[in-house]
Ligand binder design. Sequence first.
Ligand code: AMP
Ligand code: MN
Ligand code: MN
Ligand code: MN
Length: 289
Amino acid sequence: MAPVHLTNADLHSHSNISDGTLSPEDLAARACDKGVELWSLTDHDEIGGQARATQRARALGLDYLTGVEVSVTFAGETVHIVGLGFDADDSALQAGLAATRGGRRDRALRMGDGLAEVGVPGAFEGALKYVGNPDLISRTHFARFLVETGVCSDTHEVFRRFLTDGKPGFVAHQWARLADAVRWITRAGGLAVIAHPARYKFSPTAEYALFSEFVAHGGRGVEVMTGSHSEPERVRYADMALEFDLLASRGSDFHSPTESRTELGSLPDLPGRLKPVWDALEHRVQRGA
Ligand code: AMP
Ligand code: MN
Ligand code: MN
Ligand code: MN
């Protein structure tokens, strides 16, 4: 493998076990084709795809780290915490994730009601047709349904008009607590990472609280190179990584060949001044055969 900073690591991606469109196997093959050297499948609130991802990655000669993206509620906002390199058989982690995703079906039914009220009937049933895993119905599945039925022209328009706070298909939801998410990941032998920090609508004070509390609970990393960050945001979170002594991660957040703006393995390398998160996870890498 290339020197640690130049490793083409992609440690954030989704399969149809959550809201991606490819199977774990097809995603592994695509990562390999796109030149990824160290990969992680990080489905939302769900590790049911880990064995399949690991197996196919290893068969393709691709190094693999177990992964998950946990939905957390912090200061009234949804924050995503990526876990990497944990033991996927850990029962406390599995139970915590099951509890986190447990409310998704009721939330989705209420989203369907909200959409029906503004003249978009049948959205719950429609979204279900796109769901690969009945435990994991997400806003993305609703977005696909509204695009296919011509209500909107792309998924970003659906989120803007219907699925964000204050819009008719939005249902406020209480996800996991930050302390719990970090603890589940860490006790399972993994490392917790703040996902795409620029996406949250926090005041500077609330953002500082997020980083401070995350570190206090044992969180270790932050995504600097992600499909969601602009160039100035990359610089800003590189500075934050140094300020909070966090390891830096890199991940496309790839969901689909047609919907994702950032391809697997296509982000710039981490700046040389940062410590890559995978440097601290070497003992957890499952080597490709
Ligand atoms: P959920 O976990 O059900 O709240 O769904 C969150 C998912 O919706 C995220 O992981 C993204 O895949 C997707 N998403 C959120 N905001 C947007 C947006 N503005 N445009 C497209 N997809 C989005
Ligand atoms: Mn998603
Ligand atoms: Mn996310
Ligand atoms: Mn993601």
